[in-house]
Design a protein around this ligand. Structure first.
Ligand SMILES: [Zn+2]
Length: 1248
């Protein structure tokens, strides 16, 4: 028997009556209670009276340090007298009504729940249980149920579940007793095991007896019953029971009844409760079928549409929408196969992997759909009681991908190939052996004296075109049409040209119009830079770290940099660009002078096949009569000359480059934007603010297809799989589509409704998925009409299109009007899971997956325009070749630039390799020695074709490196740059999103690249292996990428220490000896580049990334500073560009700032004292110990964005808990709680 000793808190008056009574009760505990029932009743009644009448009495009992609750519970446990029990239950009820949570918590912690269950069981065995007692017990249980985490388990183990159910069964009319019983049942049912057990005992049917059509009375009872039912139906067995009992039509009828009668929306919670029941039933396939059979789609669609104008009914619309999306019959993508429309025969098929599977797929197999939709785990419940383990499990799976093998975490230089073999790469490193004896360096004024093995400018000549490409007629491009100024941009620059002549020492010989220097005109530093400079000692001074000598610690270089940043602040791009543009306007005839080119069709030459484009419309709008593109004679375009604004661009050169580009579909057309070029728009482009409810509106429109099938046209207007499609129709009722040009990848367009089109993207070649990137042309539009476009076979589970990103559009009409630019556009943009089934063949075995819709609306502003849409700023392989060719023209006598062809790609395209450094000051031994011994920086980009932003960043880097700024000169003098600007030319050419022609992700081949299938990776790795072999491994390796699901620019690196920290592996301190140098470069970048975010960086080594460039170069080549640099496809949420899209200007700026950061890195690394370096770096990044807490290493699996504010689960699969009523009308409910989806989709989380 329990005999707790009554103790009172210090300070509580000893004459407190209630405490004295409690002491008395305590003394009676035990035998005395049995003997003196009357006395016990009397004492408990007195206590009750005191608590009911005096607030302070309750406080005294429940005060901290008081053992009042123990005494009360002990008495409750010891007594058998019903009246005493009742008295105590009343006391407890009074006590727990006040102070809510805390008092109930005390009650639970003292074991109160168990005692109540015990009494419940005992009393239920009486012949006629006291109704009063049952009522009080359930009332109390209902009060404390939610405070006891083990409530469900205790109830089940004590056998209380059935007692409650039986009580409800026996008292169907007794609403007084019913309410607390239902409340307790609701808590019971929250536990899934309980729900199953209760279901077996008829609880589901029981609830259906209680819920009724619209009445005004006892709605609270109804509400609780619905809640309990909703919880019960989470069990699949119970859901099935409800289906078998034909309750689905009943629920729908009830819902409709309440919807119609509850005109003042007073009972929204009851309506919601009904929907929750439907939602849970439709989690099983049978439930969905029953729902469809009962005309549920129409009922919910119509009722929701009626609710739309009332914002407070949003929860109803949202659940309805969720149910309808789940039940929407899975559709088949309208494609014959999901294999790419183009086929490339591989020299040999890999033995294993996705490509092997693709090739081994028997002919005739339908790969578009399979039995995915039938996938339903056995309808029986397999749930375990997992009260505590859930969180742990989640935590574990979160860390699953971290590399925990310490052996793999330590860089292991492995040279792989024998040196004899690697010697072939020697020829790519002429600078390491060059003696310059053949050069007269001091007098070299022109580029002809600098070494050049294979010049890119000769590429187009050396490679044969594989198909006829008709180039604009010669006379159309005769020099007389080219403005005089543009010639200057083509001139080889000479020494000493400066954009701001008055601010630099050298005098300028040319007007300030040499825009290729544009990139020098960026904000290179933030304000704090000056301060930071102060702390960093230069190599040639002995200033101590602690000294704050403001004048003594600048090296010449720093001063230069500072001066420059002062200058640059007044020459920021933002100011520069409008001025340029103004010039352009003012120049009048010279700049506006036009080129006359033929219709875009004729660029391609295969006009008969290409009917999706805007050719036929084009000519008429441009004033030429009877424009007939077949002949092409009359179609004349006026095109602005952009050579001033785009020094690296030349349309003619572009066409030349296209001729040498090999594509699998043998593209013979050139897209206008690639031909004209892209000029960064003047104005900033803010992220799109998401309109509330846009997603559900789109979803409702999708559902309408099912509700009003007669509205659906389903007219195929473009189809790569049918060569004769589309048939030309002159009625102008449909848009025309085309994407048969480099990097284009539209496969099919279906006109669904008059102004709505479903678009399907082509798979990567030799693959059956990876749809995300898009680039296509639209023409034949009307003005004043809103068109809706839906890309219906996107694959990633989330997208920045949900977080402000807009699509890019290029209007040819705008280009002609002097605005040749890609602009962010589109409204009503969102990205959500749709009802098109993904076959398990495409998902790698996962069943029941769906595609995603990326939707946007567009209001065109020009009649008969030709517009292009793209996922991100296109940057074709031909564009790269053109830029590299034009880069030659930037060469000065101080610049050592060599362009080599590293190898041929699988598709026969050259893979360029650039070497950039400074020429030695002279050919003296010392200077040549300094030249050869400069540390190497190795950069690469665009292994993933869909990440075009990587190319724009690379363009910024290249232009900066070739620039004439003092910073660029210092940089070239400091390092030798080795650059592979496009690791995957074939993927880029053919419009792939992720793979090469081998159908594989090249950034997963670094461990063991195949020379035939992955030549660019094989040879790039070869270069690095060669360098490692001759002890010249690069100081920094960085591979540029783009990120589709995060904002800002950030880096991934490799650190043993930070990987160990993130995992639970045991490591000795010697395992963790690590130079912190890997953090220096990203840290510097976060200081100088506004788009860069240190908080998004990660230095964890993941298993799934073990064959990426970053990890292999770190582990095998031994490069400590081995990075992936990820640039967002969207915009920034911090820094100067917060809330803005990243345009090409910002991307190029990032590429330039990367170079500046390298210069700063140099100052850190030239310090000979290694420990000194360490200190310095830890000074920058915080102390060692601080690294853990203050340095914001983000684990890569982390959610990339907070859920966006729309209360619809965009995945339509989540079973998230109901919202508490309080929050229902307030802030929107968190949308995406589907962690599983995120985790399974590991590729999308961290892509490099
Ligand atoms: Zn990538």
């Amino acid at each position: 028997m329990n005999k707790p000793k009554m103790s009172t808190e210090k300070g509580v008056p000893s004459n407190s009556r209630v405490l004295m009574l409690l002491s008395q009760l305590e003394r009676m505990n035990g035998d005395a209670m049995e003997k003196n029932v009357a006395m016990t009743r009397q004492v408990t009644a007195k206590i009750l009276h005191l608590i009911q009448t005096q607030e302070k009495s309750g406080k005294e009992v429940m005060s901290k340090g008081s053992s009042g609750m123990e005494v009360i519970l002990a008495s409750l446990e010891n007594t058998q007298d019903v009246q005493t029990i009742l008295n105590i239950l009343y006391i407890l009820s009074e006590l727990l009504t006040v102070g809510r949570g805390r008092r109930a918590g005390v009650f639970v912690s003292k074991g109160g729940t168990g005692i109540l269950f015990h009494i419940l069981i005992t009393s239920s065995k009486e012949l006629v249980p006291s109704e009063e007692l049952m009522l009080q017990l359930h009332s109390l249980l209902a009060k404390v149920g939610s405070k006891d985490r083990k409530f469900g388990v205790k109830a089940r183990l004590s056998g209380a579940l059935n007692v409650t159910v039986n009580l409800i069964k026996q008292n169907p009319q007794n609403s007084k007793l019913l309410l607390p019983c239902l409340q307790v049942l609701r808590v019971y049912s929250a536990n899934l095991v309980n729900a199953i057990s209760l279901g077996k005992n008829g609880a589901v049917e029981l609830m259906f007896k209680i819920i009724v059509p619209y009445i005004k009375k006892s709605t609270s009872l109804l509400k609780v019953a619905l809640d309990a039912l909703g919880a019960l139906l989470k069990s699949k067995t119970n859901a099935r029971r409800a289906v078998d009992g034909e309750y689905v039509p009943i629920l729908l009828a009830l819902y409709l009844d309440w919807h119609r009668n509850d005109t003042r929306h007073r009972h929204m919670l009851i309506r919601k409760g009904l929907l929750v029941c439907l939602r849970n039933i439709t989690n099983i396939k049978l439930g969905r079928k029953a729902f469809i059979d009962a005309d549920g789609m129409r009922i919910l669609y119509n009722s929701s549409t009626e609710c739309l104008p009332v914002r407070t009914l949003d929860p109803l619309i949202n659940i309805s929408s969720l149910i309808m999306r789940k039940c929407f019959p899975k559709n088949r993508l309208p494609l014959p196969t999901i294999k790419s429309a183009f086929h490339y025969q591989l020299p040999h098929v890999p033995a294993v992997g996705p490509v092997a599977q693709l090739y081994s797929q028997p002919p005739g197999v339908d790969d578009v759909v399979d039995e995915s939709d039938d996938n339903e785990e056995a309808d029986a419940d397999t749930e375990n009681d997992t009260d505590n383990e859930e969180e742990e499990k989640e935590q574990r799976s979160l860390n699953d991908d971290i590399e925990t093998d310490l052996n793999k975490l330590h860089p292991k230089k492995s040279l792989g190939r024998p040196f004899e073999e690697l010697r072939v790469y020697e020829r790519f490193f002429l600078e390491l052996s060059e003696d310059f004896q053949g050069y007269n360096i001091d007098s070299s004024k022109t580029s002809s004296t600098t070494p050049s093995s294979v010049s890119l400018s000769s590429w187009s000549a050396s490679t044969q075109s594989t198909q006829p490409i008709i180039v604009p007629r010669d006379q159309a491009l005769s020099p007389k049409h080219v403005p005089a100024l543009s010639c200057q941009a083509d001139c080889s620059p000479t020494k000493g040209i400066s954009m701001q002549p008055s601010l630099f020492a050298p005098t300028s010989t040319l007007p300030a119009s040499l825009n290729y220097l544009e990139l020098d005109a960026i904000h290179l530093t933030k304000e704090q830079d000056h301060k930071e400079n102060v702390h960093i000692p230069s190599a040639d001074t002995q200033t101590s770290l602690s000294s704050l000598n403001f004048t003594g610690s600048f090296s010449q270089e720093q001063v230069k940099e500072q001066e420059l940043s002062h200058v640059l602040e007044s020459v920021s791009i933002e100011e520069q660009m409008p001025r340029e543009a103004r010039e352009v306007k003012q120049e009048g005839p010279s700049v506006n002078s036009t080129r006359h080119i033929q219709s875009p069709l004729l660029l391609g030459g295969i006009t008969t096949r290409r009917v999706g484009g805007g050719g036929s419309n084009w000519g008429s709008d441009c004033g030429s009569e009877g424009a007939d593109d077949e002949g092409g004679e009359g179609a004349v375009l006026e095109v602005p000359d952009t050579s001033l604004l785009l020094p690296l661009h030349n349309p003619d050169l572009y066409v030349e480059m296209v001729k040498g580009t090999h594509s699998v579909p043998q593209y013979a057309e050139v897209a206008y934007p690639d031909y004209f070029g892209h000029v960064t728009p003047k104005c900033r482009e803010p992220l799109l603010e998401r309109v509330y409810g846009v997603q559900r509106l789109k979803i409702f429109q999708d559902i309408e297809r099912l509700i009003h099938p007669n509205d659906i046209l389903d007219k195929v207007v473009y189809d790569l799989d049918i060569p004769s499609c589309p048939v030309i129709e002159g009625n102008g009722e449909s848009l025309k589509f085309n994407s048969q040009f480099e990097s284009g990848n539209l496969r099919k367009a279906v006109q669904v409704r008059k102004y709505e089109y479903d678009l399907l993207l082509n798979s990567d070649i030799n693959s059956n998925h990876h749809h995300q990137w898009f680039y296509f042309e639209v023409s034949g539009m009307r003005v004043g009409t809103t068109y809706r476009f839906n890309i219906i076979n996107s694959e990633k589970s989330n997208s920045q299109f949900n977080y402000g990103m807009q699509v890019l559009m290029y209007s040819v009409q705008e280009a002609i009007s002097g605005r040749p630019c890609w602009a962010r556009t589109g409204t009503d943009i969102c990205y959500y899971k749709n009802h098109f089934a993904r076959s398990s063949i495409a998902t790698g075995g996962q069943k029941g997956k769906s595609y995603y819709t990326m939707t946007f609306s567009m209001n065109f502003s020009h009649k008969d325009d030709v517009c292009y849409f793209a996922y991100h700023y296109p940057y074709t392989y031909s564009t790269l070749k053109m830029h590299l060719s034009k880069l030659e023209a930037l060469r000065t006598s101080q610049i050592y630039l060599r362009q080599d062809v590293l190898c041929k790609s699988l598709g026969g395209n050259d893979c360029p390799l650039l070497t950039i450094t400074a020429m030695p000051d002279s050919n003296s031994n010392d200077h040549v020695c300094q030249f050869r011994n400069r540390p190497l920086i190795f950069l690469s980009a665009r292994v993933h074709p869909g990440e075009t932003n990587a190319s724009w960043v690379m363009k910024g880097t290249l232009e900066f490196l070739m620039g004439i700024s003092p910073l660029a000169a210092s940089l070239r003098e400091a390092y030798i740059f080795k650059i592979v600007p496009m690791l995957n030319p074939d993927g880029v050419v053919n419009g792939n999103h992720r793979c090469s022609l081998s159908g594989e992700d090249l950034n997963r081949q670094w461990q063991n690249p195949n020379p035939e299938l992955h030549p660019t990776i094989y040879h790039t790795k070869g270069l690095l292996q060669y360098l490692a072999h001759i002890q010249r491994a690069p100081l920094v390796f960085c591979d540029y990428h783009g990120h589709s699901r995060k904002k800002n620019v950030f880096m991934y690196g490799c650190s043993v220490k930070e990987t160990v920290w993130q995992s639970d592996i045991k490591a000795t301190s010697s395992d963790l000896q690590e130079d912190l140098g890997y953090r220096a470069l990203p840290k510097i970048l976060s200081q100088i580049a506004p788009a860069f975010s240190m908080a998004s960086c990660s230095f964890v080594v993941e298993r799934s990334k073990e064959s990426t460039a970053r990890v292999v170069v770190w582990r095998e080549i031994g490069v400590q500073r081995s990075y992936t640099m990820e640039s967002t496809l969207c915009g920034c949420d911090q820094g100067k560009y917060k809330g803005l899209h990243m345009g090409t200007r910002e991307l190029e700026e990032m590429g330039a700032q990367f170079c500046v950061a390298l210069l700063r890195l140099k100052r850190l690394t030239v310090l000979h004292n290694h420990q000194h370096l360490l200190d310095l770096e830890s000074d920058i990044i915080g102390t060692h110990t601080k690294v853990v807490s203050s340095s914001p290493t983000t684990y890569v699996m982390e959610e990339d964005e907070p859920s966006f504010l729309e209360a619809i689960d965009y995945s339509a699969e989540s079973n998230d808990e109901d919202v508490e009523p309080e929050s229902e009308h307030g802030v929107e409910v968190s949308e995406n709680s589907n962690h599983q989806d995120h985790q399974s989709d590991s590729e999308t989380n961290h892509r490099d």
